[in-house]
Design a protein around this ligand. Sequence first.
Ligand SMILES: [Zn+2]
Length: 209
Amino acid sequence: MIYDVSIPITNAMPVWPSDPPVKLTPESHLSRDKSHTVRLTRIDMGSHTGTHIDAPWHFVANGRRLNEIPIETLVGPATVCEIRGVRSIRRDLVEKLPLKGIERILFKTGNSNHWNDGTFFEEFVYLEPDAAQILVDRGVKLVGIDYLSIDQYKSEKHPTHFVLLERDVVIVEGLNLSEVPPGNYTMAALPLNLQDADGAPARVILMKA
Ligand SMILES: [Zn+2]
């Protein structure tokens, strides 16, 4: 069983309010012998569109660029943890999780039900910075969440991003985990290989053994 937990990229998808809108423009021309049409698409969008990877450089001066994240961090065992009915993922909730041996953790929240709202969902569930600190202390290498930021909307200091990215913990944002039962999977989260970038859209899949 393979779950595609990436958001489809469309001109109508929700994007972060200050980010560039997505503009996919179909283009085409006739082949030289005029026997067929050659189609391609002009792509205009931000590097943090839809399901995407945050590299440390997104916030941390001298942090790792996207292409400096080892591929081994982006592929491997991942645990989906479901946390329901909360405004944020707090420290006490994370303390109760069986984190031993977990290197990649993906939080499934009520956010996943808001991808089809048609507008940006401002009240999304986020990860508290002291909860993120526990993940860092336990050796987690990658943290995912099912909306467009791991920090609270309108956060000014982005504390959770800093807790994670300053310690080289990779963030995956914009997951759709609505169809995925909690549990253990093998994950592949492969961003476009944009050189020296702060992040990039990724196709993320979860495979159940
Ligand atoms: Zn991002």
